[in-house]
Design a protein around this ligand. Structure first.
Ligand SMILES: [Fe+2]
Ligand SMILES: [Fe+2]
Length: 289
């Protein structure tokens, strides 16, 4: 039986199913839209992802997000450098599945290496390496629907361009007039920095790194799962000019996140000195998680 997000104790299971789903089905590369890809689509994975979004959309409420921010944004859980965080994150690997050995580390390395090959600036490469470190939330016992998945503003209307929008009918905020108008608790064009996003690895890591990286890097980290904004063009009514100026960076990052699976996995041991220098240039010896 395919484990559901509620009964699957393996954090990597849903993360992988969700990422594959996003990559192949929701936001496929133009060339991958061929019928064959759809025929190859694996039904149990789709069900897992559906169930994941059912939970996510029902439980990501204004109150839930406040609670999680209070709980995690003091950043008093652990001090780690990026290498330690990568090792820690890699314990997400499901031992029962040989295919996903080094899954999380490989995703980050491949993202970073593809950015590097395209000749981008060093802070952009570094962003590729660290962008999903917030998934350590899974190792603090958080349910997967509160770590990964598309993110969206809470405290206002849920855009109908968010994937599996129908599941927002089960979110109590949808029935609260204060929280469900187009701007909700916000004022028009208040700027995304004033908007609470659904809780997950993006927002968490932004707070861990916000003092250290250039502004476009922070936007990539904070909004990389905000598909309704960077892919669907929604929520401009909450954006200010600064957000609009940063949007192309978030869009530039997205293909590296989704489509940089390489047939030849990068060799971490060989690459380590390069990344060690890069980390030293931008980040302190320990980060507060
Ligand atoms: Fe991510
Ligand atoms: Fe990612």
């Amino acid at each position: 039986m395919q484990p559901s997000p509620e009964n699957d104790s393996r954090p990597s299971g849903v993360i992988r199913a969700w990422e594959d789903f996003v990559e192949q089905q929701v936001y496929p590369q133009p060339a991958a839209k061929a019928r064959e890809d759809y025929r190859n689509y694996d039904q149990p994975a789709r069900e897992t992802v559906r169930e994941f979004y059912r939970q996510n959309h029902a439980h990501q409420t204004w109150d839930f997000v406040q609670k999680k921010r209070d709980e995690f944004l003091k950043l008093q859980r652990q001090q780690m450098n990026v290498f330690e965080a990568l090792d820690f994150l890699n314990t997400l690997v499901d031992d029962s599945d040989p295919d996903i050995d080094l899954d999380q580390l490989q995703h980050l390395l491949q993202t970073a290496e593809t950015i590097r090959k395209d000749g981008h600036e060093d802070w952009f490469i570094l962003t590729g390496l660290v962008h999903d470190l917030g998934k350590v939330l899974c190792l603090y016992g958080e349910p997967q629907w509160a770590v990964v998945g598309d993110t969206f503003p809470v405290g206002c209307q849920f855009s109908d361009r968010i994937i599996f929008h129908e599941f927002f009918a089960n979110n109590p905020d949808s029935g609260d007039p204060r929280l469900s108008s187009q701007t909700g608790v916000y004022s028009k064009n208040c700027g995304l920095r004033n908007v609470l996003m659904s809780w997950g690895h993006d927002e968490y890591l932004f707070h861990v790194l916000k003092s250290y990286l250039p502004e476009p890097a922070l936007y990539m980290i904070r909004y990389h799962s905000f598909y309704a904004w960077h892919r669907e063009g929604q929520y401009d009514w909450l954006c200010d000019d600064h957000d609009r100026e940063m949007l192309p960076w978030v869009q530039k990052f997205n293909p590296y996140d989704l489509y940089s699976k390489s047939p030849e996995p990068p060799d971490w041991q060989k690459l380590r000195p390069f990344y060690s220098d890069l980390l030293q240039k931008y980040l302190p010896s320990k980060l507060s998680f």
